[in-house]
Design a protein around this ligand. Structure first.
Ligand SMILES: Cc1cc2nc3c(=O)[nH]c(=O)nc-3n(C[C@H](O)[C@H](O)[C@H](O)COP(=O)(O)O)c2cc1C
Length: 257
């Protein structure tokens, strides 16, 4: 069923989305069956539509099918067996040098007429001010300290600071890609398991990632021997607030009956 919204855009099938979301469950056992030709490629093509801040697209994904590399990943994941059992494991990572992609993003968007010259100029100023790490990070420190102090008086951009700050920014970007990936997998009848139970340093070494990449999670993908049980969720009243913190947003039904 396709619904057409008043502004003319077509909504995708809501029932299909609900089924796909409900079918996504973390699985810890995988069959050794390979993923049929072309399916993983479709899932990855959908994954690439995930949004990123300023459209910088700083995340990458490494698709691991080699058994030796999978075995190293299993070790990096504290011996969690799903890493080695699954036919493929996807390592999501983001470049912590966030501004690096700006010029190529801008050139591409200008080429396609998606951004104007003046918008690119404006964005270049912001991106360099927020993410610049020149002079061994001294500029970053000054801008971080300055913006955090000024923000007591007026809203200021959130400047990531230090390794943890840039990793957090990067994880935000690649986590959206990871969720898109899991839903795309689910839509293709594939099972996944998001995993943060890893030592990032060991994962990086296993797949040859340079140190400027940060890894929020790895995701084994394949077929589970049987459907996993649906995990519980809090009642919606605990999660959703109306207007301000503490006022319950009522009337949300649970998908799980
Ligand atoms: C960021 C993140 C990290 C996770 N890390 C692991 C992990 O290392 N190992 C694991 O078995 N499950 C892991 N999980 C799966 C969660 O336990 C699971 O998502 C949660 O229990 C809800 O179940 P569901 O995914 O089936 O809805 C992780 C989930 C998320 C979102």
């Amino acid at each position: 069923m396709i619904e057409v919204h008043a502004n003319g855009c077509q909504f995708a099938d809501v029932d299909a989305l609900r089924r796909i979301v409900l079918a996504r469950r973390s699985v810890r056992r995988f069959l050794s069956n390979p993923i049929p030709e072309g399916i993983l490629e479709n899932v990855l093509a959908i994954t690439q539509r995930a949004p990123t801040g300023y459209n910088l697209q700083g995340w990458i994904a490494i698709i691991v099918t080699d058994s030796e590399v999978k075995s190293k990943l299993r070790k990096a994941a504290f011996n969690q067996r799903q890493v080695e059992d699954a036919p493929a494991v996807v390592v999501f990572a983001t470049d912590t040098h966030v501004a690096r992609n700006f010029e190529s993003t801008a050139a591409h968007a200008l080429d396609l007429g998606h951004w104007s010259e003046s918008y690119v100029k404006y964005l270049r100023r912001i991106v360099n001010a927020v993410f610049g790490r020149e002079f061994f990070g001294i500029g970053n420190f000054i801008r971080w300290a300055g913006t955090r102090s000024l923000s007591f008086f007026r809203p200021m951009p959130m400047v990531p600071f230090g390794d943890a700050g840039f990793a957090g920014y990067g994880w935000k970007q690649s986590s959206l890609a990871a969720q898109t990936f899991m839903l795309a997998a689910s839509a293709h009848g594939l099972d996944t398991c998001p995993m943060e139970g890893i030592d990032e340093r060991w994962v990086r070494k296993a797949v040859g990632l340079p140190g400027n990449y940060t890894i929020p999670m790895i995701i084994p993908i394949g077929f589970a021997p049987e459907p996993a049980k649906l995990s519980p969720r809090f009642p919606p009243e605990k999660i959703f607030h109306r207007d301000c913190y503490g006022t319950v947003f009522n009337g949300i039904g649970s998908l799980i009956v």
